[in-house]
Design a protein around this ligand. Sequence first.
Ligand SMILES: *Cc1c(COP(=O)(O)O)cnc(C)c1O
Length: 345
Amino acid sequence: MDKNMFASDNYSGICPEAWQAMAEANAGYVNSYGDDRWTERACNAVREFFETDCQVFFVFNGTAANSLALAALCRSYHSIICHEMAHVETDECGASEFFSNGTKLLLVPGAHGKVDLEAVTDRVERRSDIHYPKPKVLTITQATELGTLYSLDELAAAGESARQHQLKLHMDGARFANALATLEVTPKQLTWQAGVDVLTFGGTKNGMAVGEAVVFFDKQLAVEFDYRCKQAGQLASKMRYLTAPWVGMIEQGTLLKNAAHANRCAGLLAEELLSVPGVQLVHPVQVNAVFVQMPEALIAALHADGWHFYTFIGSGHARFMCSWQSREEEIRAFGEQLRERAAGL
Ligand SMILES: *Cc1c(COP(=O)(O)O)cnc(C)c1O
């Protein structure tokens, strides 16, 4: 068994459909910098996926997608409201502040990684004077950093809050497909119909080699975004390798298939973990992450055995992740080992 399999969904490899699409794109000479048929097809596939005429860009990673999208929504004297455990706050090295030339992040709390909308209102209404950075964007993560989901109702409430406070709504969808797979709603219901202006749409953790899409549902907001990407070093010259997997994976339904598989595996993994006395869930398992509280001695024993999993993400509990590559029989075998190890402590 590979003891790295639960460390993160980005420990997984490239799924066969993405690999196949890259191989197909690897034929002959093709125009560079996104002026190619793969990129055109990928943009159209994303438009069909969301059933709307959105503006689509492809960048190398999620940090770039989030921070460039947020920078496009703000001026330097504005502020961006996000959850205190949001990836943009905790894991992007200040990229949003950097690319926006100093736009401040305003943090709000909220159970299970979801923003508390009363706290959002408080942040907006607390001050309206010129000495305070003017709130301009609300960014939410779907699925959240803690493996939880905003229901359609919760999303509608967030959209309504943003509208009321005249905030643009950005969604970090590094695991957007996982959210879709669990909620069983359409992509448009989870985005523009709920008031999302811009989505960071994750490909990497779903099974691609590299690459995230930035999807502008409000096309006005995308004006000159291509320049922003280029200046930030995010315009791929051989763009087809970034975009061909989106064609393959959307047209064949792989994004959802991979996400559903990863989510199902996390459910199974949760059962295995919870079969051990003293292990408790700290967040509901709604997508491909399982956060548990477990005895320190068991964490130490697993780490000593070589199992790789993080204990510093989000709420500081042990986090186990599944991906398209997870295998049910391996999860069961891990459960066996876990029970034996726990019994011997
Ligand atoms: C992984 C992840 C990202 C993207 O991270 P990169 O390492 O920059 O690709 C963004 N948001 C969330 C919630 C993530 O989990």
